[in-house]
Design a protein around this ligand. Structure first.
Ligand code: CP3
Length: 344
């Protein structure tokens, strides 16, 4: 019988303080790594990479081999959900994601049938990863929060402030709420399937939570994520869940309380003094500015030290405040890992 291992990130998600804190980086598999760029080229399209378990496993493992992060995050994308819903998602080189913009009629005709079937290669990737990862490395699954996924479905592409989705919310409130609850349900089932396939914990990315006004944050960010977590916990009571609502600022305390997430992700604009307050209620994850990893040197060291000093004595998962960017130097990432672990 294999000895059951308690992975450090899971310990933190249970509320324990682990020193030094376990770490992983959002978007840790990606274009800043030459080996990623090579595999990406071999795959052809970005979605082909997501749906080919051999390649998706390989790119998930690349940053683990280099840096021995405490967690691997499944290589996929939040937009595989609209892709599974037949919204014709495309990743044109240099242009970001595109899909057919959805309208009211489209929203009411969405069908959940076959979604998990479409995503079966991703679930296969999760299974294989759990077999291939070192025993001490946690495996994280993920999906987008309904609001963030909806912003791309409504605009049909990325925008700087999600004006099309916000406008849609004022003009077609009922349809947006229907879309968000629909996405909440299929995304919850998708997370349950990832947990069953071997994910130790899952992260819900609400990258566009910060563009919402007070009332809309409640209705479009809090409520659907609370519903998702309720469904996941109804089916898997011990599920460990991190919720990352970028730009949520002052709302973060009640975001954790109302959604029931185990840990909340913090972007780099969250002041460390407020982060320390949030940590009294439970684990936090974050929140180094990804530009410090591009800058390197003293800026990198200072940013890391400040986080460790203020949050290092409580339940912390060290991470960036958003995804690592293609410009980041892999040597700076090595420096970050050493410094967080206290060996440089
Ligand atoms: O973290 C990881 O390493 C796991 C893989 C992962 C990707 N996307 C791979 C990816 C994860 C967790 C995501 C999440 C994601 N995808 C989010 C939420 C987090 C965030 O960064 O805000 C969002 C909003 C998306 C949607 C998306 N996917 C956009 C806007 C883009 C284009 C912009 C960009 O950064 O390139 C993508 C493409 C994408 N997803 C890439 C990768 C590695 C780059 C594609 C390529 O290699 O050409």
């Amino acid at each position: 019988m294999p000895v059951p291992v308690k992975r450090k990130i899971v310990e933190v998600l249970e509320g324990k303080t682990v020193a030094p804190p376990p770490l992983w980086l959002m978007r840790q598999a990606g274009r800043y790594l030459p080996e990623y760029r090579a595999t990406r080229q071999q795959a052809g399209g970005f979605l082909d990479l997501c749906y080919t378990p051999d390649l998706a496993v390989e790119v998930t493992l690349q940053p683990i081999r280099r840096y021995s992060f405490d967690a691997a995050i499944l290589f996929s994308d939040i937009l595989v959900i609209p892709d599974a819903l037949d919204r014709k998602v495309r990743f044109a080189p240099g242009e970001g994601p595109q899909m057919d913009p959805i309208d009211e009629t489209g929203i009411y005709s969405l069908k959940a049938d076959g979604t998990l079937q479409h995503l079966s290669p991703v679930l296969e990737t999760v299974k294989r990863l759990r077999q291939e990862l070192p025993a001490e490395t946690a495996l994280l699954g993920f999906c987008g929060a309904p609001w963030t996924v909806a912003t791309y479905m409504i605009a049909g592409h990325g925008t700087p402030d999600q004006a099309p989705a916000r406008l849609f919310g004022y003009r077609n409130r009922k349809a947006l709420e229907h879309l968000l609850m629909f996405l909440a349900e299929i995304s919850a089932d998708y997370l349950v399937a990832q947990i069953d396939a071997g994910a130790d914990a899952v992260q819900i990315f609400d990258s566009w939570a910060g563009v919402l006004g007070e009332a809309e944050f409640e209705a479009f960010a809090v409520k659907p994520v609370a519903r998702m977590i309720e469904i996941v916990r109804g089916k898997r009571p011990n599920a460990k869940i991190i919720a990352f609502a970028k730009g949520a600022g002052m709302n973060l305390r009640h975001y954790r309380q109302k959604t029931g997430a185990d840990a909340i992700g913090l972007d780099w604009s969250v002041p460390l003094s407020f982060a320390a307050e949030l940590q009294k209620d439970g684990p936090v994850q974050g929140n180094l500015d990804p530009m410090r990893v591009v800058a390197g040197g003293q800026s990198l060291d200072d940013g890391i030290d400040a986080i460790l000093q203020v949050l290092g004595n409580g339940p912390l998962i060290f991470n960036l405040g958003h995804g690592i960017t293609p410009e980041a130097d892999p040597d700076n990432v090595a420096r970050l890992v050493k410094r967080v672990r206290g060996i440089a």
